[in-house]
Ligand binder design. Structure first.
Ligand code: NZQ
Ligand code: ZN
Length: 380
């Protein structure tokens, strides 16, 4: 194993009606609240009203920033930060999926400063403090509810970047599986794909960590055992519960223990597809992962085959890749560019943007030729 530090200060509150305690928890930080959310889902589902009841119960003074888009952009984060700064808020309360919570994390570190949030991403500035962050998660996928990472897009600099800082851990995250029953079939599937991909990024990371490998296998198995059933029964609370907890564990640090890092090359490449074509994050990963494993098939055949043996009881790398493709298809996710509506005519544009962004893994470095081959597999 590699040396490691495992640190996770987020208090996770999980279960039915768990937000009944939200007001009390917020009051511990103050009563001026910046409420951040996405487009319409929390109003359509009634979650907004439940949260407002909690805020009213503590006589909170609430400032709202709604309209965060999937694949969030830095302009929204900067605008919401200005609102939070001018309103002197005590807490940032995020209610939504990964896009909303990621935005809230960066809003929380941008409120105390006067520059754009992107200066943190470009490395020009380092955050020194954050307004406390409280998250109410409504979609099982990213693991952002219990990690210090946030992914933002900047169309001016042509980047979609993941970035992290310990100041970005939410103080509290509230996960009511009942809040996720309204997530439509496609986003439910993308979430399942994302959690599986987080496990794979850990598995293909740097360093031998057999127990962390076993945790990865257990989490992926949970997704394989329950994901397809959930897609046929979207209102099923018990299945929502299982997938929700699996998605949190897939990226809260435990699968990285004993490794120097995950790989993250597939996420790097997937972010380019979302940047260029605004496709959902999970859908980008089900296209890139099989292609990446094909690229790695003859470089790390035993590592891929071991995964296949543990998960699917198959005995070589190619069969493992086939099984993953089969699973992604079963949950109705795209496995080739065209299935996501991206024409092969876009090959050069994708290649140029991947090269411009220096797409690579932290463990398995990708050369220019590798990126070309990766793209060919994505086209199929
Ligand atoms: O915008 P609203 O109206 O809220 O609708 C959202 C959105 O359209 C909807 N939704 C959310 N909860 C719902 C719901 N619809 C009905 N009922 C509910 N309960 O779902 C759509 C997608 O939401 P989004 O937040 O974009 O999805 P997700 O949670 O998958 O987040 C994706 C973002 O997170 C980043 C991705 O790159 C992407 O930008 N990631 C963040 C990570 C992290 N912080 O650790 C790691 C991941 O690898 C990922 O990169
Ligand atoms: Zn992801």
């Amino acid at each position: 194993m590699e040396n490691f530090t495992l640190y996770n200060p987020t208090k996770l509150h999980f279960g039915k009606d768990i937000t009944n305690d939200l007001g009390k928890v917020i009051a511990g930080y103050g009563n001026r609240v910046l409420l951040v959310y996405g487009k319409n889902s929390i109003k359509e589902t009634g979650i907004y009203n439940k949260i407002k009841l909690q805020l009213n119960s503590i006589h909170a003074v609430v400032f709202e920033y709604g309209g965060i888009k999937p694949n969030p952009v830095v302009e929204d984060v900067d605008a919401a930060s200005r609102l939070g700064r001018n309103s002197n808020v005590d807490v940032v309360l995020a209610v939504g999926g990964g896009s909303v919570i990621d935005s809230a994390k960066i809003i929380a570190i941008t409120i105390p400063v006067s520059h754009s949030a992107w200066d943190f991403y470009s490395g020009m500035k380092k955050p020194a403090k954050a307004v406390p962050i409280i998250a109410v998660l409504t979609l099982a996928a990213t693991g952002t509810e219990m990690n210090p990472f946030a992914v933002l897009q900047n169309h001016k600099s042509k980047q979609k970047l993941g970035w992290g800082n310990p100041l970005c851990f939410p103080q509290h995250s509230f996960l009511d599986p009942g809040f996720t029953v309204t997530v439509p079939k496609n986003y439910t599937a993308y979430g399942i794909a994302d959690l599986v991909a987080h496990c794979l990024e850990a598995y293909f990371g740097k360093g031998d960590a057999s127990l962390s490998d076993k945790l990865v296998i257990a989490i992926i198995k949970e997704a394989i055992d329950n994901g397809p059933a959930l897609l046929n029964d979207l209102k099923n609370y018990e299945l929502r519960e299982k997938i929700l907890y699996a998605s949190t564990l897939a990226l809260n640090g435990i699968t990285m223990a004993g490794r120097r890092s995950g790989d993250w090359g597939v996420h790097d490449a997937g972010h380019i597809l979302s940047l260029l074509f605004d496709i959902p994050h999970g859908a980008s990963l089900t296209i890139v992962y099989p292609a990446w494993m094909m690229l790695m098939k003859d470089r790390i055949p035993e590592r891929i085959a071991q995964l296949g043996k543990d998960l699917f009881d198959v005995d070589n790398a190619k069969k493992t890749i086939d099984k993953f493709e089969e699973f992604f298809k079963k949950i109705e996710c795209p496995v080739r560019l065209e299935e996501a509506g991206i024409s092969k005519m876009k090959r050069q544009q994708i290649l140029d943007t991947m090269n411009y962004n220096k797409v690579s893994g932290m463990n398995h470095k990708l050369s220019g030729n590798d990126i070309e081959e990766l793209l060919d597999h994505m086209i199929g």
